[in-house]
Design a protein around this ligand. Structure first.
Ligand code: F0G
Length: 354
């Protein structure tokens, strides 16, 4: 019987591995592509858009990072490395810590102090990483990590590491396998800009293999207070509620721009208010809980609809990059508080309007 054993086994033909590669996997990938018909009606009742959510929050550590991490850690293991290091807004560190644990390697992570969602921090801690709360932001952390990677025998597992991009491109393969073709549009949040780069690579490779007829237009979304690519210059002190994409000087800036240009797409920004509105909307209409940064793709879709981007009947995939449980604080802040009542059936029925 067929059993899913992760993206390296599933897509080895397209990845830099051979029969002797010591695969380190938590059986990541194979995430659902959810037909979001309620969201489509809520966002664009007149357009019959076929919106699908690539729910990457269902990966083993709750984000898309696992696709790249399985390959980055596998290749580090193959090369005999004993320790890995990363800078992170949270998800990369959770994934690195988990896969390092699985591989019997050490993980060192630098997190911007006070700017990482609690679920992500708890993951890096319990998986046993050595964690530094850096008195600085993500960009400062990445600069130091890159210097350490040059000077010391530790493998960097940020998307500076090309194996991360290789692993992450498999999400595009899955979408084509699931839909039978590429979508017309692919909406995706942009932070350090590795993922949009990876998807575009994946779409192009699978297209070349004859697996899809179309290539999608890649539409990337930054948060307004952290939108260096949109503005055209690095942001010294980026600000956004979407801490995962609170990045002022993305490493894959140029390849991300190239993905947008080559695909006839674009990269734009949405406000924190738009992000939070989309975050609530996707949860309340579809029962899909993603983290705020992930909702930038939905917020971008709403903005694009209002600007008249769609003619009607287009197929659109939105990547929901991380699980909502990563950041319970934001969910609680954004929602109606539970009411306290005594265990009295009459009072409860009265409150519920039954
Ligand atoms: N969404 C989430 C939930 C993320 O964690 C990230 C990046 C992105 C989107 C943006 O992806 O960087 O490839 O453009 N998180 C990194 C981290 C920076 O450290 O976890 P990107």
């Amino acid at each position: 019987t067929y059993k899913w054993q992760g993206i390296i086994k599933a897509y080895s033909k397209y990845l830099p591995v051979d029969d002797n590669t010591p695969i380190v996997s938590l059986y990541e990938g194979n995430t659902p592509l959810i037909d979001a018909y309620n969201l489509s009606k809520a966002i664009a009742p007149d357009k019959n858009l076929k919106i699908f959510l690539k729910y990457e929050g269902l990966n083993p550590t709750g984000s898309f990072k696992d696709r790249g991490m399985t390959l980055a850690i596998t290749k580090a293991k193959e090369a005999g490395k004993e320790a890995v290091i990363c800078a992170s807004t949270g998800n990369t560190s959770a994934s690195a810590a988990a896969y390092a644990a699985r591989a019997g390697m050490k993980a060192y992570v630098l997190l911007p102090k006070g700017a990482v969602a609690i679920g992500k921090l708890s993951q890096a801690m319990i998986y046993g990483a050595k964690i530094i709360a850096l008195m600085g932001n993500f960009d400062d952390a990445l600069t130091i990590v890159r210097e350490i990677g040059e000077k010391y025998p530790v493998e960097i597992v940020n998307s500076v590491n090309p194996y991360r991009i290789e692993g992450q491109k498999t999400a595009a393969f899955e979408i084509i396998d699931q839909l039978g073709d590429a979508p017309d549009f692919h909406f995706i949040p942009v932070g350090n800009a590795g993922n949009i780069t990876a998807y575009w690579k994946g779409y192009k490779e699978y297209h070349k293999e004859g697996k899809s007829k179309k290539l999608p237009r890649m539409i990337g979304w930054q948060a307004e207070g952290a939108a260096p690519i949109v503005k055209g210059f690095p942001i010294k002190n980026p600000q956004t509620i979407a801490t995962a994409i609170k990045i002022g000087n993305p490493y894959s800036w140029q390849p991300a721009l190239q993905a947008a240009r080559e695909s006839n797409g674009f990269i734009d920004a949405v406000s924190d208010e738009e992000i939070l509105e989309a975050y609530k909307l996707v949860a309340s209409t579809e029962g899909v809980f993603c983290e705020p940064a992930s909702a930038a793709s939905i917020a971008g879709l709403i903005k694009s609809y209002r600007k008249g981007l769609f003619k009607g009947n287009e197929t659109i995939v939105c990547t929901l990059t991380g699980n909502g449980l990563k950041d319970p604080d934001t969910a609680i802040k954004m929602s109606e508080k539970p009411i306290e009542l005594p265990p009295d059936i009459n009072e409860i029925a009265k409150y519920l309007g039954l």
